[in-house]
Design a protein around this ligand. Structure first.
Ligand code: F6R
Length: 240
């Protein structure tokens, strides 16, 4: 794994932006695997600014997202579908039909997982962006998830519900379940780019980079990926 330590959140986002832009410019048909959450917001702002200023073309790019809360429609202000529209897609010339995310309202969860896996199998992700859970999760693959999993439904760990409650009115309103890409899907991406910012991620960063490869810390599997870059700011890299 290649590790880059950036001074702060802004410079982490800039380094990530250089990598993403390079990918899209080199291959206008790129398939980008994307994440939600606070960590990638700076990167997404830079992508939108760059598109406005320099016209970087997303007309043939496809995107596929990691996860979506179960029970939230794409119109819900807390859904990841809406997060992606508001924070990235609305600012780029990307065709909406080229952006994929699980359907949080699917009535048959099993068929939805199969449908999403088929999409992933057909797409071949060029670069997968990841944030890190403070408990070492990647996407919503919580500690204990088998490395061989594909898209599945997960019950969120209590620590994840607590971490994510900052974005909801109360802890009780955080959905308890989500659809998530599996670890196997993530490992199939040609490249993986992991971002981590803040001292609450320091343990997870250590585990991902230096810890034992174990299902108890899902991000540790990335040590086995042939082309993975992790960019951490100083606070997140403090234990390395
Ligand atoms: C988001 C996702 C999660 C987050 C992680 C970190 O799509 O899959 O794994 O990347 O929970 O979240 P933030 O960035 O909010 O700290």
């Amino acid at each position: 794994m290649k590790v880059i330590v950036a001074d702060d959140y802004e410079s982490m986002s800039e380094r990530a932006f250089e990598i993403m832009k390079d990918e899209v410019v080199r291959n206008p048909n790129s398939v980008l695997g994307l994440a939600t959450g606070t960590t990638p917001l700076g990167l997404y702002r830079l992508m939108v600014d760059d598109h406005k200023r320099n016209g970087t073309d997303y007309g043939s790019v496809k995107t596929v997202n990691l996860d979506e809360y179960m029970g939230l429609s794409s119109a819900d202000r807390q859904s990841y579908a809406r997060f992606m529209r508001e924070n990235l897609f609305d600012g780029l010339n990307i065709a909406r039909e080229n952006t994929y995310i699980e359907n949080g309202m699917a009535s048959d969860a099993e068929s939805e997982c199969l449908r999403y896996n088929e999409i992933l199998d057909g797409l071949n992700i060029d670069i997968q962006l990841l944030g890190l859970g403070s408990n070492g999760h990647i996407a919503f693959n919580e500690p204990g998830t088998q490395f061989g999993t594909e898209t599945h439904v997960v019950k969120l760990a209590d620590s994840t519900v607590k971490d994510n409650s900052r974005l909801f009115d109360s802890t009780e309103s955080v959905p308890t379940h989500a659809f998530t890409m599996g670890i196997k899907n993530i490992m199939q991406a040609k490249k993986v780019l992991v971002l981590a910012s803040g001292s609450n991620k320091a343990k997870a960063v250590y585990g991902a980079v230096r810890g034992e490869v174990t299902e108890e810390l899902p991000a540790s599997v990335l040590q086995l990926h042939p082309d993975c870059t992790l960019i951490a700011d100083r606070a997140a890299a403090a234990l390395l």
